[in-house]
Design a protein around this ligand. Structure first.
Ligand SMILES: [Zn+2]
Length: 476
């Protein structure tokens, strides 16, 4: 081991992202977010290098993971005298030395989330939670070390190639558009300890300065035309909508004027101050609608993923499989035998944030009606910002196979969205949140509809040999 290779990879978050640290939440605090960022000992946001290593390991081909990143496994060739398999651990060839964040201003943003009540089709009361996120544009540098015998080593070239094709995804919330990052540059510093210069450099320089001006740039995004490709679109294209009436997706904050709160509830905006529909909203309303459609036609025995008291997502139906599921803390019983071993699974569909283009933001006033005197009730005036027009694109990507039946249900759910049968954001029963499809998307939805209905029909006929009249019913 006389040659040390240091690779310095520079990444940038292209969307909000974070590694959450729920263990740091203090009990009973309303001022702190429910899902705070992981922080270092000085209180600065921090991305653990394990998060990056996991993403990179996942990107490597299966048969190379053990050689590059090590492994812990049950060894079948190596059993002890009682015939039991021994656990073998192989150390990782690549050592991840650490990460540094370059934070823009303001360094931390907050997002609120809630769950959809499947009966009222509106936000469910006790499920509001907020999480801290790093804003898009956050820079991230990460250092890898590989020790070899010689300066020229195919292993190092393999790692550089692996980095070049890597699509870094960091932290939680991947399926709602969080944690997307892009690799900008990789610099390679070879330190040959058998030479005088190399040894002096290694012994006298520490920290990030180890990668000095003698390093060579082995990857540069500017020369690679766009970097690693994104995950493929589920429908081969983004879907275009326009806002048919006012839309309000709250940020949970109030507008300020001259340093004072005005009491006007603000809409959620991205880091460029553009109003947006977050990926989590798309995922929530489409999941609820897909469940509704599949339950209505009686396919797949799908669960209601939000339910009072006991059950949550079942983890067994086709919706859980594609949208992901979690083991809710409230779902386990005191009896340990009934506890499932799994902690849930990530979904295969990825929903991105949709900024609203050319939307104008207005303030609307509302007041409650006094039920006795019939007029406006005193002190019940409130105001909220709404996006009155504009258009937006819905990006649904996938990184795993999506069954036909779910593909079909999703087409019908999107059709319902375009028809205004379901709305987005707040106040959908008061005429808020209706979207209309742009011409190209409308034509595409119309063309896909017949196939989708036929798929569900065929699936149902194959699953249940029901009487003929029961198969005729397909939801609008
Ligand atoms: Zn389920």
């Amino acid at each position: 081991m006389s040659v040390i290779h240091i690779l310095e990879a520079e990444l940038e978050l292209t969307g909000p992202g974070a590694v959450a640290a729920p263990e740091t939440t203090t009990v009973g605090s309303v001022l702190r977010p429910d899902l705070p960022l992981a922080r270092d000992g000085w209180g600065n946001p921090y991305l653990p290098s394990t998060s990056l290593t996991g993403s990179l390991r996942q990107h490597a081909s299966k048969d190379r993971r053990r050689d590059l990143f090590g492994d812990v496994f049950k060894d079948t060739d190596n059993s002890d005298k009682n015939g039991r398999e021994q656990t073998t651990a192989i150390a990782s060839t690549i050592r991840v030395l650490g990460t540094r964040l370059a934070l823009p201003e303001p360094p931390v943003m907050r997002r609120r989330h809630t769950a959809i009540d499947r009966h009222r089709a509106a936000a469910k009361a006790p499920t509001l939670h907020d999480r801290e996120l790093l804003p898009p544009g956050t820079g991230l540098t990460c250092w890898l070390r590989i020790d070899t015998e010689t300066t020229e080593c195919p292993l190092v070239d393999e790692v550089i190639e692996l980095l070049g094709a890597w699509r870094p995804r960091i932290g939680g919330g991947r399926t709602t558009g969080y944690g997307r990052a892009e690799l900008f540059t990789v610099r390679h510093r070879v330190i040959d300890l058998s030479t005088r210069d190399g040894l002096r450099h290694w012994l006298t320089v520490g920290g990030p300065q180890v990668v000095d001006d003698q390093a060579t740039v082995v990857y540069d995004r500017a020369q690679q035309a766009g970097g690693a490709p994104d995950e493929p679109y589920l429908f081969g294209r983004p879907l275009e909508f326009r806002i048919a009436d006012a839309l309000h997706i709250g940020s949970g904050t109030f507008a300020e004027r001259a340093g004072r709160q005005t009491g006007v509830a603000q809409v959620l905006r991205d880091h460029e101050d553009t109003p947006l529909v977050p990926g989590s909203t798309w995922k929530g309303i489409l999941r609820a609608r897909v469940e509704f459609i599949l339950r209505s036609v009686g396919i797949g025995n799908v669960c209601t993923s939000v339910k009072d008291g006991v059950a949550g997502s079942c983890g067994a139906c086709v919706v859980c499989e594609v949208f992901g599921w979690t083991e809710h803390p409230g779902t386990t019983t005191h009896d340990d035998r009934e506890r499932t071993k799994s902690v849930g699974a990530r979904g295969r569909l990825l929903f991105a944030d949709s900024p609203i283009r050319k939307g104008s933001v207005k303030v609307r006033n509302h007041v409650a009606i006094d039920r006795v005197f019939g007029g406006a009730r005193d002190e019940a005036l409130y105001a909220e910002e709404t996006v009155e027009d504009g258009h937006l694109a819905l990006h649904i990507r996938h990184d795993g196979a999506v069954p036909n039946v779910l593909h079909a249900a999703l087409v019908l759910a999107l059709g319902d969205l375009a028809d205004g049968a379901i709305g987005v954001g707040r106040g959908t029963t008061r005429g808020y949140g209706t979207l209309a499809a742009q011409p190209a998307t409308r034509d595409w939805l119309a063309a896909e509809r017949a196939t989708a209905v036929n798929t569900l029909r065929a699936h149902r006929a194959a699953a249940i040999p029901a009487p003929a009249h029961a198969i005729e019913e397909v939801p609008a």
